[in-house]
Design a protein around this ligand. Sequence first.
Ligand code: UDX
Length: 437
Amino acid sequence: MKISVIGTGYVGLVTGTCLAETGNEVLCIDIDQSKVEQMQNGVVPIYEPHLDILFERNIKANRLKFSTSLNEGLDHGDIIFLALPTPEDEDGSADLSYVLGVAKNIGKAIQNYKVIVDKSTVPVGTSDKVREVISKETDVEFDVVSNPEFLREGFAVDDFLKPERIVIGSSSEKATALMKKLYKPFVRSGNPIIVMDERSAELTKYAANSFLATKITFMNEIANFCEKVGADVDKVRVGMGTDSRIGKRFLFPGIGYGGSCFPKDVKALFKSGQDNDYEFNILKSVIEVNDTQKKILIPRIDAYFNHDLKGKTFGIWGLAFKPETDDIREAPSAYIIEALLKKGAALKVFDPEAMQNIEKKFGDTLTYAKNMYDTTKDIDALIICTEWSIFRTPDFDKLKSNMKNPVIFDGRNLYDLEDVKNEGFYYSSIGRNTTNS
Ligand code: UDX
């Protein structure tokens, strides 16, 4: 099949590359000329595990191409994926200007039947808006389909190639048949292609992400309460998660959820509720609790150093919003950095992938360490913000000899309490007793 993907962010690039992998001829369009040139030269512009191998293979096989010309894209594809940004507006709602702008151009350029697929996370009713905008410009037959993505950064390729489910919102049999044909190779395992109306498909994405964000937030509150009553959240988590109605996943407490999806989607669903005369009280709390959770380590650090952080130096391990990505959007680390700088502390930071992105944001206000141990030289305390595997088994002796004080504030519960205690550390984590050697 001939596929065009408009927008080559995380979602567009993974979608285009993985669709080429099953033999489709894919043309990816982006307005950013230097990015397109980079991709034409075989360079993947983002860090996403395994994407580079598929990318190279499909470019070589002539199945994956790139262009800045929207018209070329609209001409090429029988199916046109819209993987465009839907940034948060000032009021929290999703900004649809990119999606509707491209829809208008589609209306102007369309010559024969096309299926337009909304891949971006868009509020309920957007497919109707896209249809309306295109219809104003043309009489040519087309269909609009909602096909939300459920890709996790760091696992996006695997999630695309082996999805647990594909959701297709479509009211056209012709479009549904084409979409099913396109996705058939990805659901050989028997996982379902779930077809529903467009509005339900659009809401499915928001409901799924908001539910997961709520699950994490609930666990963060339980963790905070554990500290008040002397319980251990790791034990509570296992005790709860073994109930199959609850499930073990997404119960890990920490310093809040971040990333490009959860924060934006929870806010957008809340705003969408208000626009439709419905108050999502639960989501309001989720947003508030998560904002506080991101900064939960700050008062602890402050108290430990007698409310005077001027002249203190802290090391930070982990800057990306989660492991296996270089993405720092809504990362708790950024909130912690801002708060500590404001209190006059100096910071040395390290992340296996996100150094460039954090440097773009913070410039020369931070010291950028060469590796994880370099971060710890002469620091007053170590703060862990992201649970990269490399941080899980440090050489504690090396840490102790590097650091001024053996003090760790861990926002991701990486270590066993007994282990760090035996190693002689003051160790403060989330939802567990603070150990003091
Ligand atoms: C998410 C959804 O999982 C994906 O289906 C959707 O399409 C896009 O948004 P992603 O943002 O890549 O994917 O990250 P995810 O792995 O879901 O983690 C989101 C956030 O939750 C991270 O900040 C992570 O640290 C946090 N998290 C996750 C927890 O704090 N605890 C957990 O138990 C799980």
